[in-house]
Design a protein around this ligand. Sequence first.
Ligand code: TMP
Length: 413
Amino acid sequence: MAQPHTRRTDCRICGSTRLSSVIDLGLQPPANAFLDASSPPVPEQRHPLELFICLSCNHAQLLDVVPKEDLFSHYLYFSTTSRTIPAHFAGLAKEVQERHCAPGDLVVEIGSNDGVLLSSFQGTGVRVLGVEPATNVATAARARGVETMNAFFDETAAREIVDRYGHAKVILANNVVGHIDDLQTFIRLVAGTLSPLGTFIFEVPYLVDLLEKTEFDTIYHEHVSYFALRPVEKMLSIGGLRITDVRHFDVHGGTIRVYAKPAAEAKHVSPAVAEMIQNEVRVGLNTMAPYEAFGRRVQELRRELLAMLAFARAKNLRVAGYGAPAKGNTLLNFCGIGPDILEYIQDSTPVKQGLLTPGMRIPVVEPATFREKPPDIALLLAWNFEREILAKEQKFREAGGKFLVPIPFPRYV
Ligand code: TMP
């Protein structure tokens, strides 16, 4: 049973109550709350989706929080549904093995999903433990042979890890730190689980990319934080951790991988850290200008996309969605794109097929439908896999099919 949201009044990093609205995306259902097409339509629980910026530490965040049990206990996102993400994580696993741990050490991954990252450690002698609250994905990880605690990383889980397995040489957390409402407790627990010589390595989508590439659709209730490096520095200091390095990747529309160690061990800090922070000041993240410009571009994007789709429908062209990622639902709900415009959405994730998208209630179908009843235009909701998908759908394109890519601005390819 869906529960109401709560609203916080202070910044989840620095506690300031000086918070300013960046963009209001309206009342939306949780982006992964796909509906069973066979059950009678009941009104969906909707929650405010509004991005705020802290005027003290410049942390971008949602204040309205949907209970985590509603969002993460049964999860529809599987890391292995693309080729891009497993390849990206294989690179991370290799680096961790070569530089951050040795046989016998413990590597803990928070939000370990289907275990794709930790499975790369099999046969290396490194001990691994996944922590994953969604029972369905934790089961998939265990089937892969990855030891997984089916739990949220909370005080009980952290204590159990230290008691049963010892302190971790490496703690990994990819695309999960942005999910955590109580960041201060989370960072203290990470610091308490890490060995004094250990490294905390995590990836989060990067706020500068979100703003510059108008990736407003990556805003949804699961993501309560949108990180720049300066607020990350402040957040880590709560647990006595210090950033030692940072790298930028193109995955998920622009991601940073942050490396942190207990301050006493953070002797060598890469120049990349100061460079990234200087750039954040250069682009004005400590002023309202980039947030206001972003808000204006989102409104323009919506107008432009709706005009392009209306034009296509007026010419009787058939339009379908390609990929049903969570972020697609922010875009569809915010723009009001429903089944009158999109005939269906094809998605390769078996658990999404046969369901309706939350809010707009567009049927999600398997890729075979796309091959058998190809539309004239495919709205690429999974735009972060543009290269992979365009390469895969050569036939559709050769037959005259067009992809409409909505982000960073709507365009046909
Ligand atoms: P994500 O952007 O949250 O990773 O989700 C991408 C979605 O797109 C996911 O539901 C799987 C889907 N998808 C396809 O349907 N076909 C593909 O070729 C790829 C790469 C993803």
